[in-house]
Design a protein around this ligand. Structure first.
Ligand code: 5AD
Ligand code: SF4
Length: 476
């Protein structure tokens, strides 16, 4: 039997990781990856619900698969991820070709569900309980969200040298704009032992850098017979793993960033001086409507502590513009915070009301789209100027780069020159080509080098600066 599968992933790193685990799952169930959707017997869309735009794109992609379905009457067309949990049955109505809808809390049933559908042809809907309206106890709701844990397979990953590791599931914050707590379920920290084992197994596969994932990752906390453990303890433990060179963690919530944690980032040599701490807004009135649990003064104090404690720290943030009732005056407070923050980078989003969230229920989405766009572009321009200015400080400096591989542009050129050569051929070429990697503070560096440098740390002297990239030369 040669069943082929294709997974299309949209959304955040959690989804990228889930797709990797699903790939590993299917590979271990005798399926092989398809090059294109057309030749696949199983197509899975791993979806995102954070903003409406992402959902609409999935619905139109599903609509385009009618001819695929006609060619593959026994095929499995699945929607998994956040949108599956949020829209549920509605997906069958809007996209009748779909025969599997699988929420993030039921991913552990993926391969069994596919086998059943392929055999019986009966569509399946596998969801966790609705956290807000199911009428169940907290324990029952929690039990309906299963953790998706799979052995890590090198063949399922894009990179041999880097991997993501989930250390927390779900979220309990319920920020008023956010759908994540409803679709990803209650917050749960994974046990220390499991995380350490998983990282060790990744290192044995050649992985050199791990990105620890959680919605409020800095607040990872477990309790067992031997005591209470916090993020700083976990980092200490992971820092002792031989042949692991770099550890990062995202995303941090602005509360719970203790000095002990910041000192651990400073003192543990393998923990990189890079923190992603979404502020979301610069006005207390808006932070309150968003139900963020801090004031802008507290967020500024956190920034002061980060920069005072961790030398050379890079901080990035997320901001939402055009949230319900956002006045020009309130927006300007965000501008003020962006200027104060000196962020390496900010991810800026236009508010998008999500059915099932408090803000969609309680407040009017009253900032006109044009105005959202203007604030978005305006803030982006301010941030880009800051990013460029911060990068300028790297001119002529020598930075240590963990090399990831040929830059995307180079890969594309090479593939075009060689017909459609797959990546392994590209990696065998030993001519100098443009390579890419990152500094400890997560800045992207490009330089001319050889593909065999992938997975090593190189010293690169920076010669040219752009807002989001540094270009340099290898130091011999
Ligand atoms: N509208 C716009 N942006 C949102 N985000 C989360 N929910 C929404 C929404 N409803 C943004 C936040 C979050 C990032 C991942 O997406 O900034 O940090
Ligand atoms: Fe969403 Fe807030 Fe949880 Fe982040 S902390 S996932 S924004 S609810």
């Amino acid at each position: 039997m040669n069943v082929k599968f294709y997974i299309k992933t949209v959304g955040c790193q959690m989804n990228v990781l889930d797709s990797e685990l699903a790939t590993a799952d299917l590979l271990q169930n005798d399926c092989t990856p398809a090059e294109t959707m057309d030749e696949a017997d199983i197509i899975l869309f791993n979806t995102c619900s954070v903003r409406e735009h992402a959902e609409e794109k999935v619905y139109s992609a599903l609509g385009r698969l009618r001819s695929w379905k006609a060619k593959h009457p026994q095929g499995v067309l699945g929607v998994m991820g956040c949108m599956a949990q949020k829209d549920g049955k509605l997906i069958f109505r809007r996209a009748p070709e779909v025969n599997l809808v699988l929420g993030p809390g039921r991913l552990n049933e993926l391969s069994d569900a596919i086998a059943r559908i392929a055999k019986s042809g009966t569509p399946e809907l596998l969801l966790s309980s609705n956290r807000l309206h199911s009428g169940q106890t907290a324990a029952e709701v929690r039990a309906s969200f299963h953790q998706y844990d799979r052995p890590r397979l090198l063949q399922a990953r894009d990179s041999r040298y880097q991997a993501m590791v989930r250390i927390m599931f779900g979220c309990n914050k319920f920020c008023t704009y956010c759908i994540v707590p409803s679709v990803r379920g209650p917050e749960q920290s994974r046990p220390m032992k499991e995380i350490v084992q998983e990282v060790k197994s990744l290192v044995e596969q050649g992985c050199r850098e791990v990105m620890l994932l959680g919605q409020t990752v800095n607040n990872w906390h477990v309790q067992d017979e031997s005591g209470d453990y916090y993020m700083a303890d976990l980092l200490e433990r992971l820092n002792d793993i031989n042949d692991l060179w770099r550890i990062r963690f995202v995303s941090s919530y602005p509360t719970g960033m203790t000095n002990r944690l910041l000192e651990a980032v400073r003192d543990l040599e393998r923990v990189m001086p890079y923190l992603h701490v979404p502020a979301q807004h610069g006005a207390n009135s808006v932070l309150k409507r968003m139900k963020r649990m801090y004031t802008v003064e507290e967020y500024r104090d956190l920034l002061d502590r980060i920069y005072a404690i961790i030398p050379g720290a890079a901080v990035t943030s997320d901001f939402i513009v055009g949230f319900c009732g956002e006045t020009e005056e309130e927006y300007l407070k965000t501008v003020e915070l962006v200027r104060y923050g000196q962020f390496k980078n900010s991810f800026i989003f236009k508010y998008s009301p999500r059915p099932g969230t408090k803000s969609a229920e309680l407040y009017e989405d009253d900032v006109p789209e044009e105005e959202k766009k203007r604030r978005n572009n305006d803030l982006l321009a301010i941030q880009t100027e800051i990013s460029q200015k911060l990068n300028n400080a790297f001119l002529n400096q020598t930075v240590s780069v963990l090399v990831e591989g040929p830059s995307l542009l180079t890969q594309k050129e090479q593939m075009r020159d060689a017909g459609v050569s797959p990546l392994p051929v590209v990696s065998n070429l030993e001519t100098a080509i443009q390579m890419t990697g990152r500094t400890p503070c997560d800045r992207i560096v490009v330089f001319n080098g050889k593909p065999s440098l992938a997975g090593t740390i190189q010293q690169v002297q920076i010669k040219e600066i752009a807002p989001f990239t540094l270009a340099g030369e290898l130091v011999r």
